[in-house]
Design a protein around this ligand. Structure first.
Ligand SMILES: [Zn+2]
Length: 263
């Protein structure tokens, strides 16, 4: 039997799963991905993630947060709602939250405000925090560094940065989430070269489904939609790039996710 894996970032409430969500969850389970953390990235998305998680206690869990794309929606009522969601048993982290200056769907000052407030929430609730950062490394570290001392645990999800960003994150004590980005023969090459610098006790894996379908899947799926069952391919690519065995990386990443999310 393959070692159980935990997908720490699955956007299973995404509407691309509306027609076959149960089958997707079953296929993941058949592939040994029995547990998943469903990403909450907006007010409604966090409620939906919680509802889905509560339908399968002990197998599905949720985060509660507002993605930087939606930072302009952040308000006192939204903050209060996230606080309420955070008290639910199935909610195991605050986020995803952070900064995304690549797309700037929300103005940067709104992003910084929503990020700061969710870090406060992580501090108050003592839940770990699920972090997103793209093209905003300096501001991200400036906001996170003073807050991190009061936060239990934090993960830089879907890490795609370079060696310098990685060492800054490790110095801050962050866990690192790796997706199928590492399977991309061009964009993922840099990540393949530095992933071995992540200590095994700080590494977790995720699909970010339905995004980031691993490009190395063989045979290639008919659609570009990613699914949690493909977490095995992320594991394979990470183990290969690290020069470690798949079982060793599987055991470590599963243990890390259990400890990180207290599941
Ligand atoms: Zn993200």
């Amino acid at each position: 039997m393959p070692i159980d894996l935990i997908d720490i970032g699955a956007n299973l409430t995404h509407d691309s799963f509306d027609d076959d969500r149960d089958e997707v969850i079953q296929r993941a389970s058949d592939a040994g991905v029995h547990r998943m953390i469903l990403t909450g990235s907006s007010e409604q998305g966090s409620r939906d993630a919680l509802e889905l998680a509560e339908s399968r206690p002990g197998r599905l869990f949720a985060t509660a947060g507002v993605h930087p794309h939606h930072a302009s929606d952040y308000s006192d009522p939204v903050h209060a709602m996230l606080n309420e969601l955070s008290s639910k048993k199935a909610v195991v982290a605050v986020g995803e939250c952070g900064l995304d200056y690549f797309r700037n769907f929300s103005p940067q000052d709104h992003q910084r405000n929503a990020f700061r407030r969710q870090l406060e929430l992580a501090k108050e609730t003592q839940l770990p925090v699920f972090l997103h950062q793209r093209d905003a490394h300096e501001d991200f570290v400036e906001i996170l560094a003073p807050a991190i001392v009061d936060i239990t645990r934090a993960v830089a999800h879907c890490f795609t940065g370079g060696a310098e960003e990685l060492s800054a994150y490790l110095d801050l004590g962050l866990y690192i989430g790796i997706t199928g980005w590492i399977c991309d023969e061009r964009r993922g090459r840099n990540l393949q070269q530095i992933v071995s610098q992540i200590p095994l006790d700080r590494l977790m894996i995720e699909t970010d489904a339905p995004y980031l379908l691993p490009r190395t899947l063989d045979p290639k799926p008919k659609t570009r939609r990613n699914e949690p069952m493909y977490l095995r391919e992320v594991l394979r690519a990470v183990a290969e790039a690290m020069g470690q065995s798949e079982p060793d990386v599987a055991v470590a990443t599963t243990e890390n996710a259990e400890r990180f999310f207290a599941i």
